[in-house]
Design a protein around this ligand. Sequence first.
Ligand code: FCB
Length: 457
Amino acid sequence: MIDPKDLSARFPGDFLFGVATAAFQIEGASKADGRKPSIWDAFSNMPGRVHNRDNGDIACDHYNRLEADLDLIQSMGVKAYRFSIAWPRILPDGTGPINEKGLDFYDRLVDGCKARGIQTFATLYHWDLPLTLMGDGGWTARSTAYAFQRYARIVMERLGDRLDSVATFNEPWCSVWLSHLYGIHAPGERNMEAALAALHHTNLAHGLGVEAIRDAAPSVPVGLVLNAHSIFPGSDGPADRAAMLRAFDFHNGVFFDPVFKGHYPPAFMEALGTQMPEIAEGDLATINRPLDWWGLNYYTPMRVADDPSEGAVFPATVAAPPVEESRTDIGWEICPSALRSLVEELYARYDLPDLYITENGAAYNMGIEDGAVDDQPRLDYYARHLSVCADLVGEGYPLRGYFAWSLMDNFEWAEGYRMRFGLVHVDYETQVRTIKKSGLWYGALAGRFPHGNHKAG
Ligand code: FCB
């Protein structure tokens, strides 16, 4: 087992170790204090969408257990907390009247972190779109981007004096492709034109959001959290290599290129441009605003092969088999070296600012035995990926911090509560929290920071 002390010596003394969560996955209290439904409330209440028809009504009841949960983070020795803000608490209809009680909750959250010496990394959009906005088409409607801009401004006017960092979006890949093309996440659409509309309007909302944040709270560092895919060809043959490049454009380039280069990938536009929604003059300049940082969420690599079938739609790929034998309980291949090559590739392709690993972690579903959770495989997953992070820091990449996904077991979207990603076990019957073996280990590492003169050692 990697000793936290040895691992800690490979990071600079000001490296930030945090834990991450998202509003819909932990808060519960779905009807409290003026909150109205989001698309995830509607989706999870529909048969056949979420495993076991689980929903977010109670989740980890974090809304009612805020202070105790912040005590838990502090007791683990963790110095930063990445959480998301629920748009339907702040603006229950997406537009229209502000719900002060919703803002009050995040006020208490931010102040509670400050009082405990925990830095706050807020994410404005982690997938809980106010359901009312679906009446206009949700993310397929351009108006949603402007609604997001107003929401971003309202949040930053209230919290901007105390936040340490803010991100506009979490994983637009999921809220665009997984939600509008593959139908796995809310709103469950399977339609290329809808997905392309959601793509451009999400990118536009990001840019408009950055403008509003900079205006309302100029001193808060602004970023964007992307689940960039580490993509490998299924073989060394030219067809699979070409497939890999198309997949890069489709899964990564459509987000990275507009944000960091100011245009969509040419091959993507060649294939699908005629189905894109209107790209108004000035949109790409809005999207291409410089950022203070970006976040990478990494779990597993993507392997693709060429799809030779006639009429195959861009990126015209099929899944290629995993290479590593080990998988987590959710079935995801474990491959720490793919994190390293991904960061190398992205910094080679783009001019990127400071980086935080904003999510990394593993699903293992073992429960409590004799009062403890022995989740050695999760501990090993963290140790191996953190070792890669230490290598990247050593190579000079501007990696400033790491957030474990997740603080505690929670509502894992379409998987419901059956997939557990927590450093802390949650008993959903009693809401009792139990720090797992991995959580104790991670806390021992995090607790050594910050230290010294900000040099490794
Ligand atoms: C990411 C999500 C996060 C969590 C992990 C396991 O895609 O951002 O909310 O569900 O996966």
